[in-house]
Design a protein around this ligand. Structure first.
Ligand code: PHE
Length: 342
């Protein structure tokens, strides 16, 4: 009776369980064989009845065993034909990329200027000395060229080729190419990569991005320059941002001005970013020098214009408090993910 109950309770879920079941109940060393051996000690008059009961038990054990082994076999063949899928494993996350902060800010700058009638122009990053410097009034050997530490490009197979080809140091080359090609009115911005031979640090990089702009037409004055850049700053930054124009010098503009805004990080109170002055420079600008206009075949008596240029890295830094330029190019997803959804 006890054995019968034990057989009923015995649950077989694996090959190992099945083997245990066999050892316990079916094999020659199992309990049922043992019971048969005990039959000798049963009084003769009971032996027949007990024997019958033992046979029943034996058959019962065998039936259960056959049932279990069929079941295990089925499981096994199912497992073999299907790929081994572990449903408890975590899924592979399907991550979508995020837009780079410099792309976000470049897009926003383009949007602001397109809405007031500027279009987007493009030009080469590998440029001749003329388009990067000469046409922009940088005289040969003039120290103004030192303002922008230049990477020169050597033509393959040619030794020091007079250092005529270079990586553009600003996108002003596109202004020259536009003015050569197109009759005024010209109203364009030129976003793009520029290169300067600077030691890479938190504040400087040998590769960065600019958006420059130019507006050439009849009767364009300094007021137009101010209006345009005021509008840009108002659209780009927090309301209440202060703007100031500071006299400056560029070989290709006269007069020239640098544009400062009240520091976006400390609200003008003074911090590391603005070096405790409360102001940060965001752009250079000025009225295009008549000589530059003439260099491109446009009559400076008839047409005047203004130009400006800004660094996208700097605008992004102020907008999103990025205090190390190197973050932009390291592709650390912890940095990039912070711009998700913007
Ligand atoms: N090209 C200047 C620079 O890269 C910026 C600038 C553009 C200044 C247009 C004045 C006018 O520093």
């Amino acid at each position: 009776k006890a054995i019968q109950e034990e057989i009923e309770r015995f649950d077989v879920a694996s090959k190992e369980d099945l083997e245990q079941f066999r050892m316990r109940f079916i094999s020659r060393k199992g309990v049922i064989t043992e019971l048969f051996e005990g039959l000798k000690t049963v009084p003769a008059e009971n032996r027949r009845a007990v024997g019958q009961e033992l046979n029943g038990l034996k058959n019962f054990a065998q039936e259960r065993f056959d049932g279990f082994s069929q079941q295990i076999e089925k499981q096994q063949s199912a497992a073999n034909s299907a790929p081994p899928v572990d449903l408890t494993l975590p899924t592979i996350p399907n991550l979508t990329g995020t837009r780079h902060p410099l792309s976000l800010v470049r897009q926003r700058i383009i949007q602001i200027f397109e809405r007031i009638g500027f279009n987007v122009a493009d030009g080469p990053e590998i440029e001749s000395d003329w388009y990067n410097f000469g046409a922009l009034n940088f005289p040969d050997n003039h120290p103004a060229r030192d303002m922008q530490d230049t990477f020169f490009v050597e033509k393959v197979g040619e030794e020091a080729s007079g250092a005529d080809i270079l990586l553009r140091t600003h996108t002003s080359n596109v202004q020259i190419r536009l003015m050569e090609r197109q009759k005024p009115p010209i109203r364009s911005i030129m976003p793009g990569r520029v290169y300067r031979n600077e030691t890479i640090s938190a504040r400087a990089h040998c590769l960065f991005h600019q958006v420059e702009g130019i507006y050439i037409d009849r009767n364009v004055g300094f007021k137009d320059l101010k209006d345009t850049l005021y509008h840009f700053v108002k659209e780009m930054f927090e309301p209440g941002t202060q703007i100031r124009f500071r006299p400056s010098y560029f070989p290709f503009t006269e007069p020239s001005a640098e544009i400062d805004i009240s520091c976006q990080i400390c609200g003008g109170k003074g911090c590391n970013i603005c070096k405790h002055s409360g102001w940060v420079e965001i752009a250079g600008s000025g009225m295009v020098d008549p000589q530059v206009i003439a260099n491109c075949g446009i009559d400076p008596e008839e047409y005047t214009g203004f130009a400006f240029g800004m660094g996208i890295e700097r605008i992004t830094q102020l907008k999103y408090v990025v205090n190390d330029l190197r973050l932009y190019t390291e592709n650390d997803v912890r940095f990039l993910r912070q711009f998700e959804g913007l």
